[in-house]
Design a protein. Structure first.
Length: 344
């Protein structure tokens, strides 16, 4: 079932007896639960109307028993079940808790109108081999929460600002993605902070965003890798010294540079096999937006140069960790040595 369709039903006061939520996007999952709770109860009713369970500690039988019991003093009750074992793909049954899925299957044949069960499955996928999952899928009770891609995240941020009577430009949204990453919880906090600063009717542009948000280590390393590609050693040194001022460890910086170069080399290899960006993201375990950024930067390198840089970084890492060279000086000399390529 699509998230938008499920929310439309909820807002029109049409509630399903069971919802199963799963996916990587835990932020939207929690927002869905919040929206459902707000439609069911007033702020005064929430404490009495919501009951929580965890399948790692409590059997499904107890949750079903709660659902079979009519609510007291309220029109409905909400049973929230956190699950990482019963329905999750690759989830292992907790040997301390005896779950009987057939109890829930029997309940589904005649559910109470006054009870709503929500499973928040903390897993990227459900185990569709299980009868319980198959039955819930057939009844259109499953709501997936995949991570949003970059364009959708930008639209979401711009809409969030619009709801607060502010306008977030697309460039500002792009910068937030680069600096904050794809975590919607963190993005929402940053958008709200920028909206507060802009004031009612204000416009939030990239310049304001740069001033009011802090560059991440990863962003500075990205810029450093760019400088290496363009042989702009003066800029690379400036970025390196900025990282040192922020008390970042040279060994960590070198490792992050190596990681970025390794991702670029892997992307070049996968591109050679005609993988799509989505396929590459799945293969590398990265968000498609991270793959997009790395793919853009990889075009400035040949596979051979990436290999040479990785080999020299591995040698530097060994020397820094074994004390052959002082780590701060070691990485500085490494960056300066790249400038010799201009004359090569």
């Amino acid at each position: 079932m699509d998230v938008k369709d499920a929310l439309k039903e909820i807002k029109s006061k049409k509630f399903r007896p069971i919802y199963v939520l799963f996916g990587k996007d835990r932020y939207r999952m929690s927002q869905f639960v919040e929206a459902l709770t707000n439609e069911l109860f007033t702020s005064e009713e929430r404490e009495m109307g919501v009951t929580k369970f965890d399948t790692s500690e409590t059997s499904i039988d107890e949750a079903v028993l709660e659902a079979e019991t009519p609510p007291f003093f309220l029109e409905r009750k909400l049973i929230l079940i956190r699950d990482s074992t019963v329905m999750a793909a690759g989830g292992k049954e907790n040997t301390k808790v005896d779950h009987r899925p057939e109890t829930l299957l029997q309940y589904m044949n005649s559910p109470l109108d006054t009870s709503i069960i929500v499973f928040a499955v903390h897993a990227d996928k459900l185990d569709e081999r299980r009868k319980l999952v198959k039955t819930l899928k057939d009844r259109n009770s499953i709501v997936a929460f995949p991570e949003l891609d970059a364009p959708a995240l930008k639209r979401w941020m711009m809409k969030r600002a619009e709801e607060q009577n502010r306008r977030l430009t697309e460039d500002a949204a792009e910068m937030l993605l680069t600096r904050v990453g794809i975590n919607m919880g963190q993005l929402s906090q940053e958008v709200d902070k920028l909206c507060l600063h802009a004031g009612a009717g204000g416009v939030i542009d990239a310049e304001q965003t740069a001033l009011l948000t802090e560059a991440t280590v990863e962003e500075d390393v990205f810029a450093l890798v760019d400088s290496i590609a363009e042989l702009r050693i003066d800029r690379a040194m400036k970025l390196y010294h900025q990282l040192l001022i922020r008390r970042e460890e040279p060994i960590k910086i070198a490792a992050l540079i190596a990681r970025q170069l390794r991702i670029m080399l892997q992307i070049k290899e996968l591109e050679g096999h005609h993988y799509s960006p989505q396929q590459m993201a799945g293969q590398l375990g990265l968000h498609p937006y991270a793959v997009k950024l790395a793919a853009e930067k990889s075009r400035k390198f040949t596979p051979a140069r990436l290999g040479v840089l990785l080999a020299s970084l591995a040698e530097l890492d060994y020397k820094m960790k074994t004390g052959v060279i002082e780590k701060t000086l070691g990485l500085e000399l490494y960056l300066l040595s790249l400038g010799l390529e201009k004359g090569a």
